[in-house]
Structures are given as structure tokens and as C-alpha cells.
Design a protein around this ligand. Structure first.
Ligand SMILES: NC(=O)c1ccc[n+]([C@@H]2O[C@H](COP(=O)([O-])OP(=O)(O)OC[C@H]3O[C@@H](n4cnc5c(N)ncnc54)[C@H](OP(=O)(O)O)[C@@H]3O)[C@@H](O)[C@H]2O)c1
Length: 315
């Protein structure tokens, strides 16, 4: 099966942008579906990339845009529900509809994104619906060549997790940390993107689910203390017990901008850790957090980047 035209849902996001860059460099024709083309300016100038506004929750519009594709990559995911879109709609119904449309249009390749600790009996609705989404897509595996990716926490320039802690650390003298012992196996966004691109034309990955984690397991406290260290700050980290973690999530859920919800807290009850190394089929050697994070946290403004370039140029 020769793949040329790839349609990416969620291609403007953090992981999506990294995937689209790699697909473009590899010479695929890419169509990114987005709610707002204006917000995807960073992709518009890439070679072979077309950014199209589309209501992906409308069957006719989605069918029209997927028509002509050889493969579809679905990256749509919400950490929090809104009045407009529920977890069910985004994580279960949408993947099922994408698979139905692929089947009708004869599109034979589908890459789908879940999350590492997704499971049908998780206490977090995010994780339960992600697991149900996997099942919905795998139900089409006899007709469509499906591959599912289950990343742990993804880090990289522009991430929301380490980025959010960096912002808090800048302004707060003390960090009150929910679930300080929750475990993650953070993986670099470029490594996750490489796994997607490597699998696209690889028949060994058909019908498979891949857990994606980096080289080391960290507790949430270790990650936050590392960010504090990299930023050169002195901050006290106070780990909250389960009861106080719940109250903090409950209070933050009521704010207009939800940095944290009780469902996010529930998703930290299960460790986001892989059973083993990344499958060799994907041909990815994941980079360490320590090798990547300092570069984008310390050099997070253009002036620092100019200084770096001047240094490299010997000026
Ligand atoms: N980041 C992580 O640490 C992590 C870890 C495990 C799994 N994942 C999964 O990986 C996938 C990509 O994550 P990400 O961090 O790249 O997310 P992201 O930056 O938030 O991007 C998700 C994309 O989905 C689209 N989207 C979001 N809400 C939507 C809505 N209500 N209606 C239509 N489109 C919507 C957005 O596209 P437009 O704004 O262009 O419309 C956005 O670009 C998700 O499925 C996520 O669950 C992420």
C-alpha cells in the first residue's frame, strides 16, 4: 500500500505539529483539519502542507475532507470536557466515526492516539473514554490497518505540562503539589512523532498498540524539582496528601481557566509507566528529559535564542 496523502486531525496541536513537520520533511502530502486556520500559521508555510478549516464533528464535512486520503492520523484529545464537547464525543464517538468514514471511502490506514494508562475501569473519565476509543477503532481492524499509540507524558518546546509548572515556579514561592508520588515515564515529542511517521508505511505495525515512554520513570515531585533546578530557582515543594489534593482540584475546577480538575486528579491515580522498552519495530531511541528540557526552558525567549546563535557563530 503506497501512502502519499495523509489527513491529520489535531495536526495543529503540540504533538500534531511535530508529526506534521516530520511528514512534510519526508515528502508526504498533508492535509491538517482545524477549527481555526488562523491559529495554524506555523504549519501553513511548510512544504506539502494544506491547512483546512473543518467541523470534524459533522459527518458530511469530515467525509468531504477525508476523501482522497491514503491514511488518517487522529490526534484529537481533551484533558477537560467543555459544554460543547464531551470526552465521549471526542474520545469514543469521533474515532468510531473516523473509522466508519475511512471504511466507506476505502482508506486503509489509520493511526490513532490514546494515552498510556487508559483502561476501561480507570476512575478517570479521560482514561476510560480513551480506552473505549481504542476498542472502537480496533473493531475495524479487519477492514482498516489500524495502529494505536499510548504515550506517557509528552514533553518538548511548547508542552503544556512542564510549561505550566515553569510558569507557576516563576511566580510562586511555594509549590503545593497534588499527588507528588504519581509516576510518569516522560517521552520527547520528537520521539513520539518519529514513532508515528516510522509506523505509517510499516506493515508490522498494523493492528498493534504501542506504549510509548522515555528512558526513565520519575515521580511528579522529581519532575517539578528538576524544573525548579533547571530554572535556577529556590522553591519549596509541598506534597499534598490525597484529601488535600482533592480539595485543591475541586477548588481549581471552579476557576474560569481550569488548570486542574478532579478528573485530572483521578488520572494521576494510575502510574503512567510502560511495561518495557519501546518496541524495536518503531525504531525510536527515546531522549532523556535531562537532555532536552534545559534547552527549551532556559532558552524560552527569542533574545536568548539570538544569544545562542551569536555564541555558535563566535560573535
Ligand atoms: N500531551 C501529552 O502529554 C499527551 C500524553 C498522552 C496522550 N496524549 C494524547 O495525544 C493527543 C495529542 O495531544 P496534544 O498534547 O498534542 O494535544 P493538543 O495540543 O491539545 O492538540 C489537540 C488538537 O485537537 C484539536 N481539538 C482539541 N479540542 C477540540 C475540539 N473540542 N474540537 C475539535 N478539535 C479539537 C485541536 O485542533 P484545532 O485547535 O486546530 O482545531 C488541537 O490541535 C491527544 O489525543 C492526547 O490525549 C497527549
Amino acid at each position: 500500500m503506497r501512502i502519499k496523502q495523509v489527513c491529520v486531525l489535531g495536526g495543529s496541536g503540540f504533538l500534531g505539529s511535530a508529526i506534521v513537520h516530520k511528514l512534510s520533511a519526508a515528502g508526504y502530502d498533508i492535509k491538517v483539519l482545524t477549527r481555526r486556520r488562523e491559529a495554524s500559521k506555523h504549519l501553513i508555510l511548510l512544504p506539502y502542507v494544506q491547512v483546512v478549516e473543518c467541523d470534524i464533528f459533522n459527518d458530511a464535512a469530515l467525509t468531504q475532507q477525508l476523501s482522497g486520503s491514503d491514511a488518517v492520523i487522529n490526534l484529537i484529545g481533551l484533558l477537560q470536557e467543555s459544554d460543547k464537547v464531551s470526552f465521549e464525543t471526542a474520545h469514543i464517538e469521533l474515532p468510531r466515526r473516523v473509522a466508519v468514514i475511512c471504511s466507506k471511502l476505502g482508506i486503509k490506514r489509520l493511526l490513532h492516539t490514546s494515552a498510556l494508562p487508559a483502561s476501561q475501569d480507570a476512575s478517570s473519565a479521560y482514561l476510560r473514554t480513551k480506552a473505549a476509543g481504542e476498542a472502537a477503532v480496533l473493531a475495524f481492524a479487519s477492514d482498516i490497518n489500524v495502529t494505536i499509540f499510548r504515550p506517557s507524558l509528552i514533553f518538548g518546546r511548547g508542552d503544556s505540562f512542564i510549561g505550566m509548572f515553569a510558569k507557576l515556579i516563576k511566580v510562586l514561592p511555594v509549590i503545593m503539589l497534588i499527588k507528588p508520588d504519581a509516576k510518569f515515564q516522560p517521552i520527547w515529542v520528537e520521539d513520539v512523532a518519529q514513532a508515528f511517521v516510522n509506523s505509517l508505511g510499516n506493515i508490522e505495525t498494523y493492528g498493534q498498540r504501542y506504549d510509548l515512554g522515555g528512558p526513565r520513570v520519575y515521580s511528579l515531585r522529581e519532575i517539578v524539582e528538576f524544573v525548579i533546578f533547571v530554572m535556577g530557582k529556590k522553591r519549596k515543594v509541598i506534597g499534598l496528601n490525597d484529601k488535600l489534593s482533592y480539595y485543591q482540584a475541586y477548588a481549581m475546577e471552579k476557576l474560569p481557566i481550569k488548570l486542574l480538575t478532579r478528573d485530572n486528579l483521578h488520572s494521576l491515580e494510575v502510574d503512567s509507566v510502560c511495561d518495557g522498552a519501546i518496541s524495536p519495530t518503531l525504531d525510536v531511541q527515546p531522549a532523556a528529559l535531562e537532555a532536552i528540557v534545559p534547552d527549551y526552558l532556559v532558552n524560552d525567549n527569542p533574545r536568548n535564542l539570538y544569544n545562542k546563535f551569536r555564541g555558535l557563530a563566535g560573535r
